[in-house]
Design a protein around this ligand. Structure first.
Ligand code: SF4
Length: 216
């Protein structure tokens, strides 16, 4: 797993994820990018900032319809507005809106609790925990599962939690490493490991050992 990481790092260099001026902004971006391209979510984050709604108190206090209009560029904007407010209400109730609480709470119980917040699935929860709170949780998204399956590290069709557990078991528990590794996997998935793999020239080709990629 580390050999793959180093090959990706050599090819793509530092990815500097996740863009965001504050942890709350990063978390809002994680919710807004669900099922949409980052450029659409980034537009919604910028609109929230321009409307001065990018603090827990300001976002929680926004009328729902007004908030939905602000995040319109993120697609399914009424759903996104509801999810943003559900997460914010939880953050305010649980930690007074402060990310220091997310950084200090026992991780497994915290993750379970966050998965109970309406509209937060594992990928969103883990992105918030990793990128906003710097907790050692790997975001085992579809790109990760595709690359690992094609390299026979994960069985084809394995679910999110299986992939997350596998990666976390085979890497040092280091949020900075998880942060960069996930960003690098996204980079290789967008450039080479697409729906139809383009292994020619891919930095991970060495790992296939001359075999074709597995189904994944
Ligand atoms: S494109 Fe080929 S070599 Fe590159 S990550 Fe995908 S399966 Fe591996």
């Amino acid at each position: 797993m580390l050999r793959l990481y180093r090959a990706l790092e050599r090819r793509f260099g530092p990815q500097r994820w996740w863009p965001g001026r504050t942890p709350f902004e990063v978390a809002a971006g994680a919710v807004l990018t669900q099922n949409t391209a980052w450029t659409n979510a980034a537009g919604a984050v910028a609109a929230l900032r321009a409307a001065r709604r990018l603090t827990p108190a300001a976002l929680a206090g926004a009328p729902r319809r007004r908030l939905a209009a602000i995040v319109r560029s993120s697609g399914t904007y009424r759903v996104k507005a509801a999810r943003l407010q559900a997460f914010t209400a939880w953050l305010l109730a649980r930690f007074g809106g402060r990310f220091s609480g997310l950084r200090a709470a026992p991780l497994a119980a915290l993750r379970r609790e966050m998965l109970g917040v309406a509209g937060l699935g594992p990928e969103t929860v883990d992105a918030i925990l990793l990128y906003a709170a710097h907790r050692p949780v790997f975001v085992a998204d579809a790109y990760t599962r595709r690359v690992l399956a094609r390299h026979r590290l994960l069985r084809a069709g394995a679910g999110y939690e299986t992939a997350r557990a596998l990666v976390e078991a085979h890497l040092p528990s280091d949020p900075a490493l998880f942060n960069e590794y996930h960003a690098l996997i996204v980079a290789v998935a967008k450039t080479h490991c697409r729906a139809a793999p383009r292994c020619e020239g891919c930095p991970l080709r060495f790992d296939l050992g001359g075999r074709p990629p597995a189904r994944g």
